[in-house]
Design a protein around this ligand. Structure first.
Ligand code: SF4
Length: 458
């Protein structure tokens, strides 16, 4: 294994990333765009970028991912990609007839300086965009930010490109769910429905990237946020943005341009963050929390307190996206676990401060870096070993090298299934996450226990 050579001694690096804890912006933009009903994502760049982004999503969701590309050649790299994009828009509407084309840029088209909004407007003026169809766009240069930034930029692109100012309120609440699984989006919708809050969830990949096998291919699954609903997001009574990194920009834009007040919440992963989400929904609806939700909450509290002895004092190292890591850290601390090494590849000044605030009562120092990489995380682990790893599939190299159990969470998960079907948000999601953590710890305990303490029951 290559990671066997990771040195324990840490050298500060400023110009070298090793084993990044992120992927590139257009992956997130493409994922967000797939959450619009009848939308074809379009990658304005070379074919290689588009193939990579599609395959990154397909390998995680185990579903085919449709997207078009401007197919840059040497000529477009020198003279710009306007001609390619104009032709692509014409071809796509003629051949595939989507409701929306969601164009995101790539490193190459950003470096050339292509003005995609101008090109889209030109396409409209030349009659290449049929009536009732839309071209939206997001600027997603991959040399800044990460897949999370790309997701956020495309959410902003949806609002800028589709929201309509009418001056009337529609009585709905916008929920921007963040870069979470289709199963999480489904769960957020279920919770809102249980409480009785009419919502527009955008984007919504549930049913798109975790759909059933029907034997029939549909280019555009009958799922995702309908265009009509997106046109109405400026008429909502409020917006709940789940996660500062993935959702806040679109919510703040709606606030400033459409006077739709927004609240930025943490992702509802774990007990406290879900409490805050449910409380926000309850206040908007002006209702008491339904008994069914109280029941689910009680189940999570029961499980955590029953198994507390196994969670207590266990050291954890985590890598992933900032919104997820903040919520996970709070959840782990609430179970008396010790998240001591935490790395995200996504930049953002507030990250380290939030983690330090959440861990300040743990009574011990915490290593946190954003942006950092998995090489640094591995070095921290070598200096102070942990009982558990939480992160994406790439963490399995560290898990194997250091012989530490791994709970897969985040993006991408390439070597397991389940994430797109079972949520980790909400109380039920918290149960699943706690169960996965517990199983990983107990499997290790069973493996390592001498016969004298090899327990049959918990
Ligand atoms: S990092 Fe840039 S060049 Fe590489 S796949 Fe992503 S967009 Fe394309």
């Amino acid at each position: 294994m290559l990671l066997r050579h990771t040195p324990t001694e840490i050298t500060e690096r400023s110009a070298l990333v090793i084993n990044p804890a992120k992927t590139c912006q257009p992956v997130g933009a493409m994922y967000a765009a797939l959450g619009i009903e009848g939308c074809l994502p379009h990658s304005h760049g070379s074919q290689g970028c588009c193939s990579y982004h599609r395959s990154a999503l397909t390998r995680h969701y185990k579903e085919p991912v449709m997207a078009a590309t401007s197919s840059f050649t040497e000529g477009s790299s020198v003279f710009g990609g306007q001609a390619n994009l104009l032709q692509a828009i014409n071809n796509i509407f003629t051949v595939y007839n989507p409701d929306v084309i969601a164009v995101h840029t790539t490193c190459l088209s950003e470096t050339i300086g292509d003005d995609v909004p101008q090109i889209a407007e030109k396409a409209r003026q030349e009659g290449k965009v049929p009536a009732g169809k839309y071209v939206i766009n997001a600027s997603t240069p991959s040399y800044v930010g990460s897949h999370v930034t790309g997701f956020s930029n495309m959410c902003l692109g949806m609002v800028k490109g589709l929201a309509v100012k009418t001056g009337k309120k529609n009585g709905k609440v916008n929920i921007i769910p963040g870069f979470v699984e289709p199963s999480d989006m489904e769960e957020i919708k279920r919770l809102a429905a249980e409480i009785g809050v009419p919502i527009t969830l955008f984007p919504d990949t549930s049913g798109v990237l975790n759909g059933p096998l029907t034997g029939k291919f549909r280019m555009f699954p009958k799922a995702g946020t309908p265009v009509e609903a997106l046109k109405g997001v400026g008429e909502a009574i409020g917006t709940l943005a789940m996660g500062e990194w993935a959702s806040a920009d679109a919510a703040r834009y709606l606030d400033s341009e459409f006077k739709v007040p927004c609240r930025v919440l943490d992702l509802p992963i774990g007990l406290a963050a879900t409490d805050r989400f449910i409380d926000a929904l309850r206040k908007i609806a002006g209702v008491a929390v339904p008994e069914k939700i109280e029941f689910e909450r009680g189940q999570l509290v029961d499980m955590i307190s029953d198994q507390h002895q196994y969670f207590y004092g266990k050291k954890v190292a985590l890598a992933g996206d900032p919104d997820q890591l903040i919520a996970l850290t709070e959840f782990l601390v609430s179970m008396d676990m010790l998240p001591i090494h935490i790395v995200t590849g996504t930049p953002g000044k507030k990250f380290e401060g939030r983690i330090r605030e959440l861990t300040k009562d743990m009574g011990r120092p915490v290593n946190v870096r954003g942006p950092g990489d998995m090489f640094l995380l591995h070095q921290w682990i070598k200096n102070e070993p942990v009982d558990l790893l939480i992160g994406n599939t790439y963490m399995k190299y560290i898990a194997r090298d250091e012989d530490i159990p791994l709970v897969r969470h985040g993006f991408p998960i390439l070597d397991r299934v389940g994430h797109s079907y079972f949520p980790t948000v909400g109380y039920k999601g918290g149960l699943r996450l706690a169960e996965k953590i517990l199983s990983a710890l107990l499997d290790r305990k069973d493996r390592d226990s001498p016969e004298s303490s090899f327990e049959l029951t918990l």
